[in-house]
Design a protein around this ligand. Structure first.
Ligand SMILES: *Cc1c(COP(=O)(O)O)cnc(C)c1O
Length: 425
């Protein structure tokens, strides 16, 4: 009926009954994954959005090597180390002004879990026990029980529904309907004691690369502030230049109460995450009473080697023209997307910074439709790593990608629309 896997490894987001794991990668370099047969695959989605500058940036690789000579994990309660201290200071320097403390963990999901716990702890300790969280339709915040609860519900979390907690959801602000989203949020704040709005700034990634203007985020922040509701921005995907600025919130001119960052924090080299928060949130936990401490820890909190990689990443942002690079990449996408805007085979052609997306116009859209896997195979046959979300094709390359490499990706998208789009329609 279907092939049974040869390997005991259970891969993420993989239906082993359908998709054989056939590609073994032996090396990475720049914008490429190199497989055992010597094929170079253009990593046009930055290996699930983690690789920013390019695979194996020499400065990050070297920092890891140097750190590994003198460190492995060290306990992070009672003890600290230089890389963690330097990284925290560095993060606060590049983050929106007003954030004051840095809590380390090891994945995007965990950074969001930490944010939710910080928010509830804040209200609990302030004697104003609020626990409701507002999220946006089509959001994704991770795959743990807590972050699934805050994310879009669907077949991908249906088996676990019984364990997910209840949240309030506002509609995604489709063009022209932004005011409805703002009004809905304001109504929720007025009617319920909302602890926090948890939101992906500017781009909703896994929900389909849905984009909304910075102005909306500014206005959501104003409403939240008015009702003493905390704003948690999940910059796990949008951080480190993806949207054209280091953090997406910069474009809205806001400082959230809590900011989650992971993926690009080490340039994609090692797992690492940080949850940044305001002084007020830290101080709500600050006491001589031990029961008010922040009860959270990951075993690998502030791993010294990962911290060293993240410090090296910060230095790259300081010493290399990363901002110019991402501006240029944004320009290259804009030029290449232009012809697709008038192309009847596509709808919703859009871009925020270095992220470009367009929807293949097929009747059977949706994650379960065949179009996603068919497109994926089509691109893979051309040595391109592009993983559409259903009929949503997007590019989110490392910043070292060249104009010619982008041309290759766009030419394949153009061709795929004829081959796959027509076959499915
Ligand atoms: C990827 C992602 C997460 C989860 O990060 P993991 O490291 O996979 O746990 C959370 N939020 C957003 C916006 C993401 O894109």
């Amino acid at each position: 009926m279907h092939s049974y896997p040869q390997s005991p490894v259970w891969h993420p987001f993989t239906q082993h009954g359908l998709d054989a794991i056939t590609t073994r990668i032996v090396r990475t370099q720049g914008a490429y994954l190199i497989d055992e047969h010597g094929h170079s695959v253009l990593d046009a989605i930055s290996s699930w959005w983690v690789i920013t500058h390019g695979h194996r940036h020499p400065a990050i690789a070297e920092a890891i090597q140097v750190a590994a000579e003198i460190f492995d994990q060290i306990i992070f309660a009672e003890y600290t180390h230089e890389a963690a201290e330097e990284l925290a200071k560095g993060l606060l320097q590049v983050a929106p002004p007003g954030l004051a403390h840095v809590f380390y963990s090891d994945s995007g999901s965990t950074s969001v879990e930490v944010a939710l716990k910080m928010a509830l702890g804040f209200f609990h300790h302030a004697g104003d026990p609020r626990s409701r969280i507002v999220v946006m339709e089509h959001s994704y915040h991770g795959d743990t029980i807590g972050t699934m609860s805050a994310g879009e519900r669907g077949f991908f979390n249906a088996p676990y529904g019984a364990l997910l907690f209840d949240v309030d959801t506002v509609r995604f602000p489709e063009k022209g309907q932004e005011q409805d989203t703002l009004d809905a949020f304001e109504r929720l704040c007025r009617e319920r004691r909302i602890a926090a709005l948890l939101i992906e700034p500017l781009v909703l990634g896994a929900g389909g690369m849905k984009m909304y203007p910075a102005r909306l985020l500014t206005e959501l922040k104003q409403i939240a502030e008015h009702f003493h509701t905390l704003l948690i921005v999940d910059e796990v995907m949008t951080g480190w230049g993806r949207t054209g600025t280091l953090f997406a919130c910069e474009q809205a001119g806001i400082t959230p109460d809590i900011l989650c960052t992971s993926k690009g924090i080490t340039g994609g080299a090692l797992p690492m995450a940080a949850t940044l928060c305001s002084r007020e949130i830290f101080e709500a936990h600050l006491s001589v009473d031990r029961s008010r401490m922040f009860f959270h820890s990951s075993s690998y909190t502030a791993n010294p080697i990962a911290c060293a990689a993240a410090v090296a990443n910060l230095k790259i942002w300081q010493t290399e023209p990363v901002t110019q690079r991402i501006e240029k990449l944004g320009r290259l996408h804009r030029e290449r997307l232009e012809p697709f805007r008038l192309d009847p085979r596509f709808t919703n052609v859009r871009q925020t910074g270095t992220i470009a997306a367009l929807d293949l116009d097929v009747s059977t859209a949706g994650y379960f439709s065949d179009v996603g896997p068919k497109l994926r195979r089509f691109f893979k046959d051309r040595d391109l790593l592009i993983r559409p979300l259903g009929n949503v094709i997007y590019l989110m390359t490392p910043y070292c990608v060249t104009p010619n490499e982008l041309d290759r990706a766009y030419a394949a998208i153009d061709e795929a629309a004829d081959v796959i789009g027509k076959a499915i329609k």
